[in-house]
Design a protein. Structure first.
Length: 317
């Protein structure tokens, strides 16, 4: 197990290094000159030279990359070119919003996806399975931005059930916080719920046809015990893996949902930084997203080997 842990940790470090290089080069490949955007109307050569010198824009790419990596290793992600604010502070303010939204979306998607997946597997061939498959197909097909706009139009504007936009910190007012986040979390979790439903259904069908299920039924266990304690418990191994992987995807994929509902999370921060050619902010948000995704994948791999006792890491005794 120790050898496996070392190998996975080393792979994650190499992946993070490669992701850092790709992020740095990709940001520099964006069209436009940040010095021109920062100078505004005052674009005389002297002003542009001073701006480039102040932010190191005239240095070679190798020097800029080394400065970026060395500062990031110490927790210093630079200063925003547009606002002059610390990028670390900006991310510390935006990241909790996206994390809370993603976790809430995961919870909603898991409840809906696992529930409908179990029903579809148990009621195979009946109207319940057709309805669950139809909802899953709908959730995978409908874009989040359209579903979000429709939800705002009917549930917020027409019925007044949820706020159309805005955010309230959890510590300020927990009830109001959930009231603002429940609708965007539901929209964000729709596609994930469809994926979880399909995987749960497939895993449940495999489990229900296994020998240990027939043995449990022959022992006289009730259908609820057979499904809950045996079939579902083993089926959730795959589902947990998918949920863990999708958490990283939600953190990076919440951009559209956050923009629609005007949430001050990673989405707004990223889009604003791209439009303003704010290199330090773009680098930081993309790098942190990549690091979070790599870390979550590592934890999922490790938890998978712990959750499923049938897994034996190669080389273990």
């Amino acid at each position: 197990m120790r050898r496996y842990l070392f190998g996975r940790a080393w792979q994650s470090i190499v992946t993070l290094i490669l992701a850092t290089i790709v992020v740095f080069i990709g940001v520099r490949a964006l069209p436009g000159d940040p010095a021109l955007a920062l100078a505004g109307e005052d674009r005389d050569p002297e002003s542009l030279r001073a701006i480039r010198e102040q932010y190191g824009l005239d240095d070679s790419l190798l020097v800029q990359f080394w400065q970026f990596v060395s500062h990031a290793a110490r927790g210093d992600l630079g200063v925003s070119i547009r606002t002059g604010e610390s990028v670390t502070t900006m991310i510390a303010n935006a990241l909790p919003v996206t994390i809370e939204l993603s976790i809430l979306a995961i919870l909603i998607a898991s409840v809906i996806g696992v529930g409908t997946g179990v029903i579809a597997a148990v009621r195979r061939g009946g109207p319940a399975e057709w309805a669950a498959n139809g909802l899953a197909l709908l959730g995978l097909s409908v874009p989040n931005f359209w579903l979000g706009l429709m939800a705002i139009l009917y549930l917020s504007v027409a019925l007044g059930l949820f706020p159309a936009s805005g955010f309230v910190p959890f510590l300020t007012n927990p009830i109001d916080n959930l009231h603002h986040l429940i609708l965007p979390a539901l929209i964000l979790g729709t596609g994930l719920a469809a994926v979880i439903m399909r995987q749960t259904r497939s895993s449940m069908l495999d489990a229900l046809s296994a020998d240990y299920i027939r043995t449990a039924e022959a022992k006289g266990l009730s259908p609820r015990e057979v499904i809950g304690r045996h079939a579902l418990r083993n089926s959730l191994i795959v589902v947990i893996t998918i949920v863990g992987l999708q958490l990283g995807a939600l953190i990076s994929g919440a951009v559209v949902t956050e923009r629609i509902f005007a949430l001050p999370g990673f989405g707004k921060l990223t889009v604003d930084a791209v439009f303003q050619r704010d290199y330090p902010v773009i680098q930081a948000v993309v790098l942190i997203t990549a690091a979070a995704y790599i870390l979550i994948n590592l934890l999922v791999d490790l938890l998978y080997s712990v959750i499923d006792p049938r897994i034996r890491v190669r080389g273990d005794a």
